[in-house]
Design a protein around this ligand. Sequence first.
Ligand code: ADX
Length: 197
Amino acid sequence: MSDIFPTFDKLLERKERETLLKQKGIVIWMTGRPASGKTTLAVGLEKALHEMGHLCYVLDGDNVRTGINNDLHFSQGDRKENIRRIAEVSKLFVRCGVITINSFVSPSEKLRTLAKSIIGQHDFKLVYVNTSIEVCEKRDTKGLYAKARRGEIKNFTGINDPFEEPVSPDLEIKTDQHSFEENLQALVEFVLPKIRL
Ligand code: ADX
């Protein structure tokens, strides 16, 4: 076989893919309360980087919990398995040289540390989208806070399940102190040097 296809002997190295894409793969892991604005920023970041010629992919509850993780709910064990699988998938993406932008509540330090240990600390950057519970609840984009208050959701993050603030995020975005455009610019400026070859 190797006589016919000598170059198929060896898997391509990550560096070769990164050279092809002219970028370094990385995981930008956005944590924050439900309705904090994580996914809006993640999508904005993807669009901005895409327009600069970078290949990105956004992973969030909508595409992960309806597909690969559609057997998982919100118990502690399921949240852990959710984050573990996402981290494993992200690790594969990073090895492809893709800028992987993850938007997950990931409510505890333990879960975020698990993600970091799977992905590897050099490829993992934690961004805390810090929006107060009051603002998130007022926003209530999916009506889930109201449901949780009515007792229709048992373990909703921030209402009857804890959200631990990250101890030392690589970047903190305070959504109630700056405009979306300002926050997006800060995020783009944070990411750009990290994806340069
Ligand atoms: S995580 O805790 O396992 O990281 P993930 O980010 O995947 O959560 O999903 C959170 C999203 O699922 C929320 O933005 C919200 O729309 C929805 N959701 C439904 N039930 C819950 C719940 N009990 N706690 C938190 N989010 C929930």
